[in-house]
Design a protein around this ligand. Sequence first.
Ligand code: ADP
Length: 189
Amino acid sequence: MRIVLLGPPGSGKGTQAARLVERFQLIHISTGDMLRAAVAANTPLGQEAKSVMERGELVSDELVLGILEERLSQPDALKQGFILDGFPRNLKQAEMLDALLQKLDQQIDHAVLLEVDADEIVKRLAGRAEQEGRADDNEDTIRKRLQVYEEQTAPVAGLFEQKGVLDRIPGVGSVDAIFQRIVKALGAD
Ligand code: ADP
């Protein structure tokens, strides 16, 4: 199974991805996690991404596509299937993903959109900032990331809707309840 997880920052993509990985033995591919790892390791790529991420803006499409292609092309991802978390984040990246999947002779089976309203998100991310201390979880950056989401990422859902693979899932309630909704939408319960 190949899944794209969509939803605003703080909508619970990472949490649900972890549950899905466990249930369906998929590979979790989070561009945010990969970028944070590159920043922590201070690689040239990480150096390029660091300040952009701290501002809550998007890292360049080419840079992200590079790390994605490398991971997606590895045998485990090709064989086991994957969950894409944090990609595609704009229409250009959606186009790049189409081209990459075509090259790998694969396609997305489900795009899961976790819907959570803006007030709830600001509340959640402020809480996460206190617990995890992520550099981009301060109030100004959160607002910026929400704006970037609305302007650039939300339209991506429309593309998957046109392909007939979009599942809209209310992202509120318990982690378990949300997970059950997703599993049901995947037709796998
Ligand atoms: P969140 O979903 O909470 O915003 P992520 O971990 O997905 O967090 O991403 C954190 C930051 O990493 C983004 O604000 C952006 O700067 C960068 N990033 C992650 N994925 C992408 C992507 N596909 N394209 C461009 N930038 C990205």
